[in-house]
Design a protein around this ligand. Structure first.
Ligand SMILES: O=P(O)(O)OC[C@H]1O[C@H](OP(=O)(O)OP(=O)(O)O)[C@H](O)[C@@H]1O
Ligand SMILES: Nc1ncnc2[nH]cnc12
Length: 202
């Protein structure tokens, strides 16, 4: 039985994360525009109130009435730790590198995300587990699709998936729904215009 405790109200949490994005720097590389900010890059340092706002938004997004929580390293990890602690869930972390042992080879799935194509390794998921996924951002949806594939490959099921921020123009939420049937929730929607980040209504 999971117990929710939200210390920050959701409006204040939304305002906090909105302020982070509205003052974020944007860096352009090829076709990619990346928002550099304290929430996803610890630049400037991630403030406790921002961490608490992120936790509150993720926590309110689902029931987390599951056996296990899954995140990807490294940007999903700070928030995964908070949600795992809040709901007393074991935490499985997907990594971009292999330990070259059998378990790792079996846990590999293809990933094709905004910034990376290759393999993703998710260990620690057992057959029959009911799993929730949390992450900081959804863009193309490639990371979320790889996470879902890895969990299903392990014989487990994805019950819920939540991201704090959605880069709406990349249509990741729709792509994940089409390819996996999983509806990813998001709390903040952003669009990048030149060197500005606009927080838009969902
Ligand atoms: O929807 P997508 O196109 O997959 O993009 C979203 C992913 O991109 C970021 O991770 P990043 O690739 O920067 O990896 P990191 O967390 O290891 O830094 C973010 O943390 C998401 O996991
Ligand atoms: N922090 C970030 N900013 C912009 N696009 C992203 N895609 C994935 N992470 C991102």
């Amino acid at each position: 039985m999971s117990v929710k405790h939200t210390e920050l109200d959701l409006e204040a949490a939304t305002e906090q994360i909105t302020a982070v994005y509205e003052s974020a720097d944007v860096t352009h590389s090829g076709e990619h525009a990346t928002t550099v900010n304290q929430l996803t890059d610890q630049l400037p340092a991630l403030q406790p109130r921002t961490l608490e706002a992120a936790r509150a938004l993720l926590s309110a997004s689902g029931s987390f009435n599951v056996d296990k929580l899954a995140v990807e390293e490294d940007k999903g990890l700070p928030f995964g730790v908070l949600i795992a602690r809040e709901y007393s869930l074991p935490l499985a972390v997907a990594r971009w590198y292999t330990y070259e042992i059998n378990a790792d080879r079996q846990s590999a799935v293809d990933i094709d995300s905004e910034y990376f194509s290759g393999d993703l390794y998710l260990n620690g998921i057992e057959p029959g587990d009911a799993v929730a996924i949390v992450d900081d951002t959804i863009s193309t949806g490639g990371t979320m699709i790889a996470m879902i594939k890895a969990i299903e490959k392990a014989g487990a099921t994805v019950e819920e998936a939540h991201c704090i921020v959605e880069k709406t123009r990349k249509n990741g939420v729709d792509r994940v729904a089409e390819e996996t049937g999983i509806e990813v929730t998001t709390s903040i929607a952003i669009e990048i215009e030149g060197n500005n980040v606009n927080v838009v209504d969902e």
